[in-house]
Design a protein. Structure first.
Ligand code: XUL
Length: 527
């Protein structure tokens, strides 16, 4: 019988499934449900609930639960042999939090398969909506936490990152300050990842070291809740948080709900879920220190593995636990695909192919034009007032603006990843926009290194499936090596290597200084 493992990815805009056959070393099934399209009744736009305040970004935990029901019924309809799946793990958009009351544990343990998950979950939330990673409304709480922990460097040293608006600790603090009664009624705070794992396992699930590090609450070295960070955040917080766990922890067997409703095997294990970026580290096979990937998704992220924990003294980058038990570094740029899309739409460019053509119509360096695409409040560099800034760039020149947005994004990555002190030898490109070769050429030229595309389009979901396989093997008493777990799944596409053009690379070596100046100038204007 095939050894099947399921990886789920509850991301900002969709819920995806990837099933692997561990013996044949193959992905055997993939499916994605887009929240806006599949569940329009929640009224999300790109997975986010509308809000009058542009800094507030929430989503609906009920929508995520309904998507889980829907995805399992789609898999059943597609004839997926759900009864053969040995273990399931998952990936969640990082930092987002779900607030549950004192009925939650009992309701989760008794999910009724004759009803939907939504019907079952009626009355378990102490807060209807979930702040997600795109939220930037907690600058005040970040400042308060950072001050209590002794400043940027000390906060990063203690928790792996400076206090960031989207991180769960500042979000919890804001909730406790602005809605103290609802906070008091909260018995359990979950991350998106641990919430989804809780639904699957029918019990409150632990938070793994990968996603736990994105909260400003975990001691990054000891991997336990940090007492000072808890005290700096909100009252009685420890008792509302689940235990922390290694990423390969078995949460339990799947809830009978999924067995009776969709035909899962009662012995199928739920392995702890993790964040999407830690899962992508595995999905892309970044298991050796120094391997780097750039994910071009809703947000653009630059990440890689790290053996020894070394934090960013300036507080722009993050250190999370890697699902291998080591560490990973990450920098998150909020204005990723959506910003590229805004420029594409602003100039009426039909598709990404045409966008790529427009981009190449202007020479590398764009004749010195710089565009800072902060359509949304930006994370790196920290920008709280959204806005577009152009320097020596004609707003009417569509082609130049297409080049300038991509160059600006790549130069920002180069500049803000210097703290890692490792120039990458090669970069794995992933995420929706990674099939755009013109964009990847700019990446190779700005970073002055080779870029490889991988066959993996759903790296987070694949990483979750591989983590399910790893957790299952650990539980079976084996000592699986990560090289063996990922072998065969993480190959670059043959012939996909993009080499830097030495002339263009030289242009960017000079332009990066101007870029840094423009960034400083724009930030000064905003302060
Ligand atoms: C990482 C981050 C984003 C989300 C996207 O810190 O905020 O990459 O994880 O889902």
């Amino acid at each position: 019988m095939a050894k099947l493992f399921l990886g789920l990815d509850s991301s900002t805009q969709s819920l995806s499934a990837v099933i692997i056959d561990a013996d044949r070393r193959k992905v055997v099934y993939e499916k994605s449900l887009n929240f806006d399209q599949a569940l329009p009744q929640y009224g999300t736009q790109n997975g986010v609930l509308p809000n009058a305040d542009p800094l507030v970004k929430h989503s609906s935990p009920l929508m995520w639960a309904e998507a889980l029901d829907l995805l399992f019924s789609e898999m059943k309809k597609d004839g997926v042999p759900l009864g053969q799946i040995l273990a399931i793990s998952g990936s969640g958009q990082q930092h987002g939090s779900v607030y549950l009351n004192n009925k939650a544990a009992k309701i989760l343990a008794n999910l009724n398969p004759t009803q939907s998950l939504v019907e079952n979950l009626h009355g378990v939330f102490s807060r209807k909506t979930s702040p997600i990673w795109m939220d930037s409304s907690t600058a005040e709480e970040c400042a308060e936490i950072r001050t209590k922990l002794g400043g940027i460097e000390a906060t990063a040293k203690a928790t792996g990152s400076d206090a960031f608006e989207r991180f769960t600790g500042p979000q919890i603090r804001k909730f406790a300050k602005t809605e103290p009664a609802a906070y008091m009624k909260t018995s359990h705070i979950a991350l998106v990842s641990s919430f989804m794992a809780s639904l699957l396992a029918g019990k409150i699930a632990p938070i793994d070291h990968g996603d736990g590090a994105g909260m400003n609450l975990m001691d990054i070295r000891k991997k336990v809740w940090h007492p000072d960070a808890l005290a700096a955040t909100a009252p009685d917080l420890k008792q509302k948080l689940p235990p922390l766990a290694e990423s390969w922890k078995v949460v339990g067997t799947v809830s009978p709900y999924f067995v009776e409703k969709f035909g899962l095997n009662p012995k199928t294990q739920t392995i702890a879920w993790s964040g999407d970026n830690p899962c992508s580290v595995i999905g892309l096979g970044l298991i050796k220190a120094g391997m780097v990937a750039i994910s071009l998704g809703t947000s653009d992220t630059y990440f890689g593995s790290m053996k020894q924990c070394q934090t960013d003294a300036h507080g722009e980058g993050h250190v999370f636990g890697s699902p291998t038990g080591d560490y990973m570094t990450l920098i998150c740029f909020k204005n990723g695909s959506l910003a590229r899309e805004k420029i594409r739409n602003a100039y009426g460019i039909k598709d990404w192919k045409k966008f790529g053509e427009a981009l190449t119509a202007t020479p590398p360096g764009g004749n010195g034009g710089i565009l800072l695409p902060w359509f949304e409040a930006e994370i790196v560099p920290r920008v709280n007032k959204p806005g577009i800034h152009r320097f020596d760039l004609d707003e009417k020149d569509a082609a130049a603006n297409c080049r300038a947005i991509v160059e600006g994004q790549m130069m920002s990555m180069r500049l803000h990843s210097l703290w890692m002190k490792v120039a990458p030898d090669c970069i794995y490109a992933t995420g929706g926009a990674s099939d755009n070769v013109s964009l990847l050429q700019v990446m190779a030229d700005v970073m002055n290194c080779r870029v490889l595309r991988t066959e993996v389009s759903k790296s987070a979901a694949l990483g979750a499936a591989l983590r399910a396989a790893h957790g299952w093997l650990v539980h079976a008493g084996q000592k699986p090596k990560w090289e063996d777990v990922v072998a065969g799944f993480t190959k670059p596409i043959p012939g996909s290597e993009i080499r830097p053009n030495p002339k263009a690379a030289k242009v960017y070596d000079q332009l990066i200084e101007k870029y840094a100046r423009c960034e400083r100038e724009a930030l000064k204007r905003l302060s």
